[in-house]
Write a new protein. Structure first.
Length: 339
């Protein structure tokens, strides 16, 4: 019987995710309330299936992977007696300049819900490319939307490098041990914001040894939420027999939490929600750790507490640590420059 549940703190939504979701919800209501039609979002606003489904079902939001899909959506909406707003929201992961240019060409209004910490990395990429540096961008996949967006800021000057311990084995990623650059004396390293803190540090050290004049920006690219959630897992891992990580499998920060929890306990499971818990996992387990990705709604975690309390009325819940006190401003709707 599970006697104790350790809740990681912090866990769940970070400030960037809160900002992005609220931006979509408010914009969707404004569009519908003003008779402008349904709202479109470029890419999943955050990487969580529950969030995406709730926005689709509760707010009539449409998610697209190509802005040209909006033409099809508009025709379908008209055929059904509705309409599609001339507005698109960019997801929290950021987009490349090519996507912004296409939105402008289509005369779309835009709402940029890119996390400000991702925007910082984009700014660094543009700055160092202008200064003639070659950028080594550490990422977990060339297909992750954040990496796509940052790479797109300076594609001629950027090589995406695998982080040490990467489990995806993306063949398009260069190895930090063998990556080549045009000028070893003019190299800078940037990183995806949601990687393993420890593995990223190891990767940077490899690159430092290979390129002694490597420039590492004074402000770390890894976001505070990534670090804090990984630290919380490290704090409670020694006390648990099983670690449950609530995350969708395409959330980079969530999967890094899963890998860390498994490394520390040897017994970590990924779940989308309480329905995924397998009773067989709990055999001989007395203590369970729970954390969730920065894109996971906390009500999914609370449902898990109900699940365990139903099986043990005397369940002890341990939750230590501090919540983050950070907020980001709501992004504004911007008209295309062609108007």
């Amino acid at each position: 019987m599970v006697k104790t549940v350790y809740l990681a703190k912090p866990r769940g939504f970070c400030a960037g995710v809160v900002m992005a979701i609220e931006a979509v919800e408010k914009a969707a209501e404004r569009m519908r309330g003003g008779g402008q039609g349904d709202l479109a979002v470029y890419h999943a606003i955050v990487h969580n299936d529950t969030v995406v489904r709730r926005l689709e079902e509760g707010h009539g939001v449409h998610f697209v992977e190509d802005l040209d899909e909006m033409k099809v959506l508009e025709e379908r909406a008209r055929a059904e007696g509705g309409s599609l707003a001339d507005t698109v929201v960019f997801s929290a992961h950021g987009v490349s300049p090519a996507v912004r240019e296409r939105a402008d060409a289509l005369r779309l209004h835009t709402i940029d819900a890119t996390c400000p910490l991702v925007t910082k990395v984009h700014s660094e990429a543009k700055k160092y490319a202008r200064l003639g540096y070659h950028i080594l961008l550490i990422g977990d996949s060339t297909h992750h939307q954040e990496v796509v967006g940052t790479y797109g800021e300076a594609p001629e000057s950027t090589t995406v490098v695998s982080v040490v311990g990467n489990r995806k084995h993306d063949p398009e990623l260069a190895s930090p041990d063998t990556v080549k650059v045009p000028d070893p004396d003019k190299v800078v390293v940037l990183t995806q914001t949601t990687l393993s803190v420890d593995d990223t540090a190891k990767t940077v050290e490899i690159l430092r040894r290979r390129f002694p004049r490597l420039v590492v920006p004074s402000r770390d690219d890894l976001c505070y939420a990534t670090k804090n959630r990984q630290d919380a897992v490290k704090e409670i891992a020694p006390h648990v027999d099983l670690f449950l990580v609530v995350t969708s499998d395409y959330s980079s920060n969530g999967m890094r939490l899963l890998e860390l929890a498994d490394e520390l306990t040897g017994n970590a499971k990924r779940i989308e929600g309480v329905a995924d818990i397998d009773d067989a996992w709990l055999e001989g387990v007395h203590s369970v750790g729970i954390t969730s990705a920065a894109s996971t709604p906390d009500d999914l975690v609370q449902e898990m507490l109900v699940y365990f309390r139903e099986r043990n009325a005397d369940l002890e819940v341990v939750e230590e640590g501090e919540w983050e006190d950070i907020t980001f401003r709501e992004p504004k709707r911007v008209a295309p420059s062609s108007i």
